[in-house]
Design a protein around this ligand. Structure first.
Ligand SMILES: NC(=O)c1ccc[n+]([C@@H]2O[C@H](COP(=O)([O-])OP(=O)(O)OC[C@H]3O[C@@H](n4cnc5c(N)ncnc54)[C@H](O)[C@@H]3O)[C@@H](O)[C@H]2O)c1
Length: 285
């Protein structure tokens, strides 16, 4: 259902690869809420993926770009302003990639050239995006920029590898750039820390199915889906959140505030009776 939350707004969405992608859902919801958008992904993803299907459906143009390339990003913002007919109101950075994970290099055996690539594509690209947009003055007053993160930026998760470092850097960039862009142009910059989600990037994480299950059991509201993440991003792009900036916002069903839940404990506890009173009611729920 549309609430016209983004009526008349212009957006650039990076990272829609297929219909599992979080960016795909955000693009669909943004247009449903009245926005006009451009889409961007790597030339390879544009050729091999399904971005064109989405573009057709949403009447959006696709501008291929390697987000690690300043020159490519300059073209994305220049063209987007031209195509959409004015300054950009919102940007989604939904990009993540670790060649160390792909090559199964563990965190205590990282290839440093690959680490640089992880950090460049998954985190520095966010800084490059912001710097290019600011230099071009491409983002409108009170524009909103969101990048997607994961709780492994704060806590250690088995198998998340060098992406944890990339996410920490990403969140730091949101704060540092958020100060400058906010002060000068009222542009707000936030990261949304999303539940584990079954996507192409997500399936690269070691033990993803177990992580999804654990995380779901630990979260009082259960894992947040990609569609729910899209809804949350729409609120951040809307005028209803004009004073929210420099934040890492957890969108994870409560996971990040949990220590242990009954549903998770059940897996470890062979004798649930220990936790029940005489009537079988849970005592420490
Ligand atoms: N899936 C999860 O469990 C999860 C959880 C929290 C956060 N996130 C984050 O959400 C974001 C989107 O990932 P997703 O899960 O939708 O997976 P996805 O695979 O659909 O999206 C990742 C995108 O990054 C793009 N990309 C890779 N290298 C690029 C480059 N050099 N330039 C431009 N684009 C490039 C890919 O083409 C792809 O479209 C990522 O930042 C990811 O870390 C994912």
């Amino acid at each position: 259902m549309s609430h016209d939350l983004l009526k008349g707004k212009r957006g650039v969405i990076f990272g829609a690869l297929n219909d599992l992608s979080i960016a795909w859902k955000v693009a669909e919801r943004a247009v449903e809420e009245g926005a006009v958008i451009t889409l961007s992904n790597t030339p390879v993803a544009v050729r091999m993926g399904e971005v064109d299907v989405l573009a057709k459906k949403l009447n959006a143009e696709v501008i291929p770009a390697d987000a690690a390339s300043v020159e490519d990003l300059e073209i994305v913002f220049e063209k987007s302003v031209e195509i959409l007919g004015g300054k950009i109101d919102f940007v989604l950075h939904s990009i993540g990639m670790s060649p160390n994970v792909r090559k199964k290099r563990t965190y205590d055996d990282l290839d440093y050239d690959l680490l640089e690539k992880t950090l460049d594509v998954s985190a520095l690209s966010f800084h490059k995006m912001l710097q290019v947009a600011k230099k071009q003055d491409a983002i409108a007053q009170y524009g909103s920029v969101v990048a997607l993160s994961y709780v492994a930026a704060q806590r250690t998760f088995f198998g998340y590898n060098d992406m944890a470092d990339a996410k920490s850097l990403l969140e730091s960039i949101a704060r540092s750039f958020g100060y400058i862009y906010g002060r000068e142009k009222n542009v707000r910059i936030n990261t949304v820390s999303q539940s584990p989600t079954q996507t192409t990037a997500g399936s690269g994480i070691k033990g993803m199915n177990h992580l999804l299950d654990f995380s779901d059991r630990m979260s009082p509201l259960g894992n947040a889906t990609a569609a729910e993440c899209a809804d949350y991003c729409i609120t951040l792009f809307s005028d209803l959140t004009r004073k929210v900036t420099m934040q890492n916002l957890f969108h994870d069903g409560g996971f990040s505030s949990m220590g242990m839940s009954l549903r998770a404990m059940n897996l470890y506890s062979k004798a649930l009776e220990e936790f029940c009173d005489e009537e079988g009611r849970i005592i420490y729920g």
